[in-house]
Structures are given as C-alpha cells and as structure tokens.
Design a binder for this molecule. Structure first.
Ligand SMILES: [Zn+2]
Length: 200
C-alpha cells in the first residue's frame, strides 16, 4: 500500500494494510506510527522479540475456513503464566485478530460497541453483563503487560504498558476485552480447529 524507509536505520518498510496504524522495522526493531497524512513517526526502539514457535510468521498467508488471510504482525503479552501472542490478520479483506494459546485457536473480529473503562473494570468472573443486547458471561479476568510487537498492527500499545483482559462467552462465541487506563478494545471470536487453518 505504501513504501517508506525506517526512520532509524533507513531500511525499506512496506505498509500493506490500510487498517495498520503502526509498523515495526524488521531490521532494527524501531516502532513507528503511520501518520494519517502519510509518513512515519518514530515511537522508540525496542529489542527484537524472542522467536516462539507459532503456526504463522509475519508475511505468512493461506486460508482460514476457506477464506484468504495474510498474517501482518503480532503483539506479544506477558502475564503471570507466561506469554501469549495475538496476530493481526487481513482476513478476507477485514482486519482481524488471531490468538494461539496452547493448541487452541480463536479468530476475532472487532466489535465497535462503545464500552467505558470503569464499567468493564468492575466486572468479575461469573458476572453476566449485556453487550449489544446480548448476555455475556465473564469467564476470566487477568492482567498482562505488552512485551512488544512485530510487523504491522491495527492498534498499538507501547512495550511496558499494563493492560487488563477479560474473557467471556456469549451465545457460543468468545468475547475478549482488553483495556488500559483509558482505552477499551472489544472483540468477538470463534474457536477454530487446526484443520480450519491452512498456511501456505
Ligand atoms: Zn530500522
């Protein structure tokens, strides 16, 4: 979509997706915001993340449930139990997130509901709340910290940012809420089997 050069090391960086807001230089790890008017704004340089086995790598493509995807980037979170990665995908032309967690796979698409941080922060496991007219049951709540990112991403939090997350269930779908001090990201997801995912 747009070709730039890294603000730090001058390496070529290509932004492939119109939903991307941030790109991480593959060579030096500099994080750059993609300006609406074009151009890149340097956010900082962070060490490259350790390679963790995954079914994807940045730039991978294939199909999920028979529809094309490309893996644009990922964010890594650390929490008390270890790490988890969330992949940003172009899935059949739509921005989507994909979570891989101990052999379970969930494909998330954004929900645009307005939810305020204080309402979300007071939820506890076992509670039921209403979202877009649907009942959601809270299954889990926890805290994590952004470790870093790679590739391009549709939303961005600086490494070191503390986030809280809530996992819920609504009508057989997974609901995932991530929130920091002033921002809430809300996703609705479906669980996939390994055979639903074909990586070329
Ligand atoms: Zn660079």
């Amino acid at each position: 979509m747009a070709d730039y050069t890294c603000t730090s090391c001058g390496a070529p960086v290509a932004v492939k997706n119109r939903f991307s807001k941030v790109i991480v230089c593959d060579y030096c790890g500099t994080h750059m915001k993609i300006q609406e008017e074009g151009g890149l704004n340097e956010q900082g340089k962070y060490p490259k993340l350790a390679v963790v086995p995954s079914i994807f790598k940045v730039g991978a493509s294939g199909t999920i449930l028979g529809k094309p995807f490309s893996a644009l980037g990922f964010m890594r979170y650390k929490y008390s139990g270890g790490h988890f990665d969330e992949w940003f995908l172009d899935y059949d032309g739509q921005p989507s997130w994909f979570a891989e967690d101990e052999g379970t796979y969930t494909l998330y698409t954004n929900l645009e509901e307005a939810v305020d941080v204080s309402a979300v922060a007071s939820l506890k496991p076992g509670m039921i709340f209403t979202l877009g007219g649907k009942k959601v049951m809270v299954k889990e709540k926890g805290n994590a910290e952004i470790e870093g990112g790679e590739g391009e991403l549709s939303f961005y939090l600086e490494p070191g940012t503390k986030v809280s997350y809530i996992e819920g269930i609504s009508e057989g779908k997974k609901i995932s809420i991530e929130y920091s001090e002033d921002e809430v990201e809300l996703f609705s997801g479906r669980v996939l089997l390994r055979r639903d995912i074909e990586v070329r």
